[in-house]
Design a protein around this ligand. Structure first.
Ligand code: SF4
Ligand code: SF4
Length: 232
């Protein structure tokens, strides 16, 4: 008999003024400003010289709670290496029917290869479009994400400018010694990104904190690169 309650709700609504579904904000004078750290669709980044950042280590796939990343690494061909490492991402796929945009893959990646853009407006009509391949995820020769037919790129500049927002916002270990310091590698088309706006809420206060840290621990002039070629 419990289902009768549902019918009663419907009956009470009959004859009342028709309700209209609120139109999508895009049709009402522009989209809302998105948070800097919004997690949208991923990109696979490249270094400034065009080499791919992915080294095929599969850490992103291992940490993904939705098990939607499939990676296979392969040895770099010595005569024509794809990445600076020993190996590169030979196969890379993300299944967007399963991804929950938690960003754990971005956090786990040791080379900043996988990051998330602000693009979230995309829809598919078949399963194969929902599974993004490496060719689709890899940024183009200008360092920009590739625009796929089923994605809405009407706010292109906003999306592209923040392609690597999450990495830019992350300081090593959250240490005050790194406030305002760049600890990430350069990207094709963008170079080395500056510290994120607002990373240092109080520049004078941050400077005071830095001054209070022993000189050896301050990382002055530290661009993040180690002598062995690795990065923080
Ligand atoms: S954002 Fe989260 S769910 Fe999506 S691919 Fe990355 S780890 Fe998996
Ligand atoms: S995207 Fe990063 S974590 Fe994933 S396989 Fe490539 S290098 Fe490893």
């Amino acid at each position: 008999m419990g289902y009768l309650g549902g019918f009663l709700v419907s009956l009470r609504q009959m004859g009342k003024r028709q309700r209209v579904t609120k139109q999508y904000v895009k049709d009402e004078g522009g989209k809302a400003t998105k948070p800097v750290r919004l997690h949208g669709r991923h990109v696979l980044n490249r270094y400034e010289d065009g080499m791919e950042k992915c080294i095929g280590c599969e850490l992103c796939a291992g940490v993904c709670p939705a098990r939607c990343i499939y990676v296979r690494g392969a040895d770099n061909p010595p005569e024509d290496p794809v990445s600076p490492g020993e190996r590169y991402g030979f196969v890379y796929e993300i299944n967007y029917l399963r991804c929950i945009h938690c960003d754990l893959c971005v956090e786990a990646c040791p080379t900043e290869a996988i990051t998330e853009t602000k693009l979230f407006e995309f829809s598919f009509t078949n399963r194969s479009d929902a599974i993004y391949t490496k060719d689709e995820l890899l940024v183009g020769d200008d360092g920009r994400p590739q625009m796929l037919p089923w994605e809405d790129w009407s706010d292109l500049e906003d999306v592209v400018a923040h392609t690597s927002a999450w990495v830019r916002a992350t300081a090593p270990s959250g240490s005050a010694a790194y406030e305002g310091r760049v600890g990430w590698s350069g990207e094709l088309g963008f170079g080395v990104r500056p510290p994120e706006d607002g990373q240092t809420a109080d520049p004078e206060g941050a400077e005071a904190v830095r001054e209070s840290i022993p000189a050896a621990d301050r990382h002055e002039g530290d661009d993040g690169e180690h002598a062995d070629g690795g990065w923080h």
